[in-house]
Design a protein around this ligand. Sequence first.
Ligand code: 13P
Length: 279
Amino acid sequence: MLGNSKEILLDAKRNHYAVPHFNINNLEWTKYILEEMEMLQKPLILGVSEGAIQYMGGFQVVSNLVKGLIEDLNITIRVSLHLDHGTSFETCKKAIDSGFTSVMIDASKKPLKENIEITKQVVEYAHSKGVTVEAEVGHIGGSEDGIPSSSTNARLDECIRLIEETGIDSLAPALGSVHGLYHGEPNLDFETMKEISEHVDIPLVLHGGTGIPDDQIKKAISCGINKININTELQIAWYQEVKKFIEKNNSYDPRKVIGSGEKAIKEKVREKTEMFMNR
Ligand code: 13P
């Protein structure tokens, strides 16, 4: 069942666990994740970046792909289709008008006042359509869709202002995690994470879930994180298997080549979900 992420995340907040957000890149990725999460009978947030949407053909393609798979595969779990790092009001509106049930507006590179103005505009439109909104404070660095950027950590007062002045449903405070691979050990600011979660009453989101050791993920959940985004780790798991397959086989059938990574994606989805949700 496709719906917004409000109840999914509020339940996670009430019961102190994190819902997995897995980024999708193509038909196979989406199918494998849906199938595995249906096996596990756990709620799911499917994240799609603007780059992945463009790659797949557009907003309508992605929305219809997800709806079609939910129907044809008889998926019964709660699924939210979420625009990851929407860069403007127009992009968020396009996603909402195409059937996305959740959007992230990421105006975190702009000064806070401007971030608030854009986020507020998105919230007004999204909420009028029953769609939930995530926003970012501070700036999460690293590399996403091949675009590198540097980090700035969030401050408690900024988080409170953004939430109070916009009415967002969830917040991604940048606290040291990065998109893509870490150079050295991740350095998360757990103290501020805990402080923010004690002062705000909406679910918190951790971006850049790849490469954060399990004990730090557990600590983040205990400090109030209710959604964890994973992208790169699934890509690496898939790539390692496909590489082996190509080295060993002489098959040019794309179903066999791409499909050789199915098991690896499913195993990673299961491992992450069990860790995030079984406290
Ligand atoms: P990773 O690519 O580091 O897993 O991060 C994913 C993410 O945060 C998507 O928003």
